[in-house]
Ligand binder design. Structure first.
Ligand code: ADP
Length: 448
């Protein structure tokens, strides 16, 4: 086992990893930008190293600075958290060359899944059901038109290098496809440096259902059920729950087995998430994330597992501590993402936290790097905390969420907390009756 792990991240996820390290008796090293000198992850880690100025391109994304920090402190492994360098195959390769262990999958798997066309081809070959669409990429408007005519409108044009909900354009009919195709390519080139796009049928009212998988890197793999992440704004998740209110135990067992089998066959190592759209009882693969997800705590709650601990064990060459038959669901969990943003525009709202009080009590977990007096810097993601509740069933989880949101105090900046309180009053949310388009329609009705 490692003696010391460096966490190449900040905020709540850095804290999450530090906590797992401490419980495992492993020393932790925080890295930080000059803007984060007073951040909670720096205070909580055993050691810290400043790796550069505020912009993440010069700090949290600086591979040489992070590798130097490892060498200075003697850290043997790096946990990347999510975002930043977590899905960067070049980084993983570089660590290997320096004899530092990456806590995550092999570079090869990150590379395959990071290119969505290759990911889809790979998953299809492994027996995973995919959204109907082009075979591989589409290079010109005429090819786009003929694929669209075959699968039927509306269609969605997606960047193969896309991520974070960007690089997607919907075309309602043949008239719209030319503009959609050209803008999607131009935006993909500008945002990701790669103009390649592919086409999929645009599903009208699907749910976003993702399957948590975990592999030992030697061919054994399990699934830990699904998360329903359909409540989204601009293709970005806002609230997640597990189990999915629309998924039956039979559907879970079937898609879960397909996913575990697929990642087992490629000898995938560590945590991964296979994302699907789900409509009329059918699952359609959209992408795989080769890292720990923001929403992993809802899975931890219902399966009573520590996914970060398992990631560390597998990276150190040890066995994961569960087999499929050990994994059973207990109750229901919901996570809400608390962002420093002003609703309804969702404009980032950095600033000083004048008062902070975290909720507590039975079935309540807060993953947050906030503290009273902390100044949220303007340079990074606006996620400032996650509130996760766990109950015996969905009703109890909802009541607990409402209760916990009522106890939470975050003063000094605007947050998304009022949004969640309003959502909890909605019958569709209470009944679990929502698709990926529900939230945007609701926001439109409520605020325009
Ligand atoms: P990203 O990597 O940018 O997150 P994804 O492929 O995971 O992109 O898609 C993000 C979201 O975009 C999905 O959760 C869904 O809301 C929407 N989306 C993607 N593909 C389709 C599709 N074929 N039909 C309808 N919505 C889609």
């Amino acid at each position: 086992m490692f003696d010391k792990i460096l966490i190449a991240n900040r905020g709540e996820i850095a804290l999450r990893v530090i906590r797992a390290c401490r419980e495992m008796g492993i020393a932790s090293v925080a890295v930080h930008s000059t803007a984060d000198a007073d951040a909670m992850h720096v205070r909580m880690a055993d050691e810290s190293v400043c790796i550069g100025p505020a912009p993440s391109s010069a700090s949290y994304l600086s591979m040489p600075a992070i590798i130097s920090a490892c060498e200075i402190t003697g850290a043997q492994a790096i946990h990347p958290g999510y975002g930043f360098l977590s899905e960067n195959a070049g980084f993983v390769q570089m660590l290997e060359d320096h004899g530092i262990t990456f806590i995550g999958p092999r570079a090869e798997h990150i590379r395959i899944m990071g290119d969505k066309i290759t990911a889809k081809d790979t998953m299809k070959a492994l027996g995973v059901p995919c959204v109907p669409g082009s075979e591989g990429g589409v290079d010109d408007v005429n090819a786009a038109k003929s694929v669209a005519a075959e699968i039927g409108y509306p269609v969605i044009i997606k960047a193969t290098a896309g991520g974070g909900g960007r690089g997607m354009k919907v075309a309602a009919d043949e008239k719209g496809i030319e503009v959609a195709f050209r803008t999607a390519r131009a935006e993909a080139k500008a945002a990701f440096g790669n103009p390649d796009v592919y086409i999929e049928k645009y599903l009208q009212r699907p749910r976003h259902i993702e399957i948590q998988v975990f592999g030992d890197g030697k061919g054994r793999a399990v699934h830990l059920g699904e998360r329903d992440c359909s409540l989204q704004r601009r293709h970005q998740k806002v609230l997640e729950e597990a189990p999915g209110p629309a998924i039956t135990p039979e559907q879970r067992a079937e898609i879960g087995a397909i996913c575990a089998d697929a990642v087992g066959k490629i000898a995938y190592a560590g945590a991964g998430t296979i994302e699907f759209l789900f409509e009329d009882g059918e699952f359609y693969f959209i992408e795989m994330n080769t890292r720990l997800q923001v929403e992993h705590p809802v899975t931890e709650a219902i399966f009573d597992v520590d996914l970060v601990r398992q990631q560390i064990l597998v990276a150190a060459g040890e066995e994961m501590e569960f087999r499929q038959e050990d994994l059973s669901i207990r109750g229901h969990a919901i996570e809400v993402r608390i962002n420093a943003e002003k609703v309804p525009g969702f404009t980032p709202c950095p600033g000083r936290i004048s008062q902070y009080h975290a909720p507590g009590g039975l079935g309540v977990r807060i993953d947050s790097a906030l503290y009273q007096g902390y100044s949220i810097p303007p340079y990074y993601d606006s996620l400032i905390g996650k509130l996760i509740v766990h109950g015996r069933d969905r009703r109890e989880a909802l009541a607990r969420l409402d209760r916990a949101l009522g106890e939470l105090i975050v003063d000094g900046v605007d947050t998304t907390v009022p949004l969640f309180r309003a959502l909890l009053a909605e019958p569709d949310i209470r009944n679990g009756n929502y698709s990926i388009h529900w939230l945007e329609r609701w926001l439109e009705k409520k605020f325009h």
